[in-house]
Write a protein that binds this ligand. Structure first.
Ligand code: PRP
Ligand code: URA
Length: 208
């Protein structure tokens, strides 16, 4: 599947606010959460449903409910945590795992420092969360790790991607569907997405 660029007007508006360097920490955090919720709506569009019969105050009705597919959310620390609450507000029954990775500033290679996944992750559809898909190294490593634990159906949900990140992730994991709110132009010499929004973790947590 081609990467899904979810460019709904509400999302585009919120992404523009995120990009603005004058947007402060609290507003930035709120926006990340709101956009994650809107992306969740799109990324769960293919969840199976089943027909049930219920009684409304007026009549009997045949209607649909989720068919009980089990989900897991895996934010990549730190910045992916900013997306978690927004996603959980739509799928509160999802289990949550965590993968801690940071990019070495010189090599741009991801360094893993933490991994805690639900014990039954192999039976769950997994949504991996990270606002930024830059070189794609962090998302690729996180998904490799999740696959080692047995998960088979995995989607990546991000806010802003560079073409380089999309290509790298797709090459390493062609079975993983990618949902992002914006596809930017390129990476600069420091591996930052241009125009991007800067360092997502620092802007969510007010560090630096
Ligand atoms: C950022 C971002 C991704 C990664 C993307 O995390 O949240 O995890 O960079 O870059 P890549 O696609 O080139 O791997 P960072 O390493 O800054 O860690 P942080 O979330 O703890 O700030
Ligand atoms: N990580 C970020 O937080 N921002 C970028 O532009 C690239 C990687």
């Amino acid at each position: 599947m081609q990467p899904m660029i979810v460019d709904h007007p509400l999302i585009q508006h919120k992404i523009s606010l995120l990009r603005n360097k004058r947007t402060g920490t609290k507003e930035f955090r709120d926006l990340v959460s709101e956009i994650a919720m809107l992306l969740c709506y799109e990324a769960t569009r293919d969840l199976p449903t089943e027909e049930v019969e219920i009684e409304t105050p007026v009549a009997m009705a045949k209607t649909k409910v989720l068919a009980g597919r089990k989900l897991a959310l895996v934010p990549i620390l730190r910045a992916g945590m900013g997306m978690l609450d927004g996603m959980l507000s739509l799928i509160p029954a999802a289990k949550v795992g965590f993968i801690g990775l940071y990019r070495d500033e010189k090599t741009l290679q991801p360094v893993e420092y933490f991994c805690k996944l639900p014990t039954d992750i192999a039976e769950r559809d997994v949504l991996v969360l990270d606002p930024m898909l830059a070189t794609g190294g962090s998302a690729t490593d996180a998904i490799t790790q999740i696959k080692k634990h047995g998960a088979k159906k995995i989607k990546f949900i991000g806010l802003i991607a560079a073409p380089e990140g999309i290509a790298a992730l797709h090459k390493a994991h062609p079975d993983v569907d990618i949902f992002v709110a914006a596809l930017d132009d390129h990476l600069n010499e420091n591996g930052y997405i241009v125009p991007g929004l800067g360092d997502a973790g620092d802007r969510i947590y007010g560090t630096k």
